[in-house]
Design a protein around this ligand. Sequence first.
Ligand SMILES: [Zn+2]
Length: 202
Amino acid sequence: MVEIGRRLELKGLIVAAEGNLSVRLGGHAFLVTPAGVGKGALRPRDLLVVDRAGRCAAGRPTSEWPLHRALYDARPDVGAVCHAHPPWATAFSVAGRDLDGSLLTETEAQLPRVPLAARAQPGTEEVPAAVVPWIRGHDAVLLGSHGVVAVGPDLETAFARLETVERLAQVTLLAEVAAGRSGLCPADLQALLRSGGQLPDP
Ligand SMILES: [Zn+2]
C-alpha cells in the first residue's frame, strides 16, 4: 500500500492528501490509508486497521471509508479499493461524460465501459449510494465532478485499473482533438482518400 501510494503521486494521479486505498484483510478487518496524509510519503506505521464500522485503535481513517465499505459489501470478490483524482478522467467526470472502453483494443475486454456515477458530497453516504449501483457490473467508476474509484482482487490490480482508466480518458480526448482538427467526419475522410485529395462538392 505504501508503494501504491507512492506511484499514485509519482504518476500525477493525486496531489496533496488526495486519494485513499484499502485492502480486505479477512473477517471484518481492513487495512486503510489515514485521513489527511499525503499518500506519496506514507510509512507502514501510518496505515490503519479498521473494522467494518471504520473504528480503529488509534488515528483517523480516510473520510471515504463509507464508500470503501459499501464496495466490499456489494462485491464479495473485491479485495482492494483504489480511489484517486487523475486529471484526465476527472475532467470527463466534471463534463458529465462516461468513458467508452471499446475505443481501445486494450480496454474493450477488461473495461468496456467506465460509467459515471451521480455527483455526491465527498465523505458522505451520498457517495456509496451513487456508486454501488454501477460497481456491481463494472470494475471502475467515474465519480461525478470528483475522480475515479477502481476495485480488484488485490491492490495492484485495482491500481492498474485506475491507471488504465486515466489512459483511456487521455487517449479519448486526444483522439477527439485529432479528429476535430481534420474537420471531417469518417465518411468524408474516406471519400477524400478515395478521390486522391478532391472532395466532391457538398
Ligand atoms: Zn476523492
